[in-house]
Write a protein that binds this ligand. Sequence first.
Ligand code: ATP
Length: 455
Amino acid sequence: MPATTMEQLVSLCKRRGFIFQNADIYGGFQGLYDFGPLGVELKNNLKNAWWRAMVYERDDVEGLDSAILTHRKVLHYSGHEDTFSDPMVDCKDCKCRMRADTLKDGKCTECGSTNLTEIRQFNLMFKTNVGPVVNEESYGYLRPETAQGIFINFKNVVDSTSRKVPFGIAQIGKSFRNEITPRNFIFRVREFEQMELEFFVKPGTDEEWHEKWKEARLKWWEEQGVPAEHIVAKPIPKEDLAHYSKATYDICYEFPHGLEELEGIADHTDYDLANHTKNQDEFKINAHVHDKNVDSTSKLALYDEEAKEWFIPFVIEPSAGVERGVLAVLTEAYTEEALENGTTRIVLKLKKHLAPIKVAVIPLKRNNEAIMNMAHKIKTDLLKLGIGRVALEDSGNIGKAYRRHDEVGTPICVTVDFDSIEQEPASVTIRDRDTMKQTRVNLADLPNYIREYFA
Ligand code: ATP
């Protein structure tokens, strides 16, 4: 099978309503995309799969949904105000602006010129005024990561749940980065969602947990249809590590445009909690402290009953982008298949739990009342199973309906035909997306069949 190209994905996503360029009627707003009728389902299904694996299936993780607008002090003491930047350079010839670390042999990526400006640091955070009075202190930020919302709620969660290490706090939500060069479809955008876990552990056990989380996350991606052979867990060399990190794995996937980061798994040490803690001198801190004068009111520490002392936990952070996840599962699922009759079909072989539409109910004739009634009833009954979206597909052309549902990855089509209403016991045809095999199933057995299929 030839590798999926970005053009194939962009075209499918637009044609079938997965992803649209934002503000395309005004020429497009760069670095922003909107998720259409099927895209929103796929994205929700991926997020639900993450939440299920990270929160529901574990006994050591709590969930959180913190505010997007972020207090300036949070992002000051976290170090983001000073260090969350990319090196930027302008080409004096073609006037394009790019990240200095993407230059090829010191040349402009657009025109190849070496006539470039000095490199300067560009902070990626979106700053905004908050409240009706504009003064030096009335600003905040759109968060550049969801993680800080977790750290500043550490004490609230511990106090309200009595958690002890090891335990984690999980969050899914929007993040914003004013990327210098957004590109490669939804891979690098300015508004995106992150699925982040902060897993707090006893100092000294962090290396072991770092490995455990790497394995757990690779397994999860495999369950989403992104196999281990297309992923590399790259350990970041010591000299390239971010200042807060002791060790990081970049989970890189073979995207259509190249091998790039899908998820980062970092050992943050006690950097984050320590930097938001007052009177840090009371603690043995491993991480460097960004600004000693922290004026938070809290100590983000736990009491060790055995050692009879307070300590600041270390943090392991698996952080994945939802958009990059969607792009990876689409890349894997997209298939063009040569059929025996000489034609080609496009089929999206998504894992069934990710499919935007689980079942399409197709009435063979939309102007036949008995057929339509049965189709409506089937849809209502299947919806009650709680499997996700069940669509009534009454476009009237069965061939086109199958093709459309192959392209959007609907695992099962249920067709109601004349035999369904005329013969006893009533039965319907079930068509499988991947094998295209059609089977006749008694109507009475249909809900069980579908329930077991999606179990
Ligand atoms: P990159 O090196 O590609 O800029 P990063 O190392 O800055 O990414 P992190 O800060 O580790 O990214 O963020 C965690 C995850 O959030 C990334 O692995 C990625 O999936 C997602 N992510 C980060 N920036 C973007 C973006 N601009 N667009 C889409 N997803 C993003």
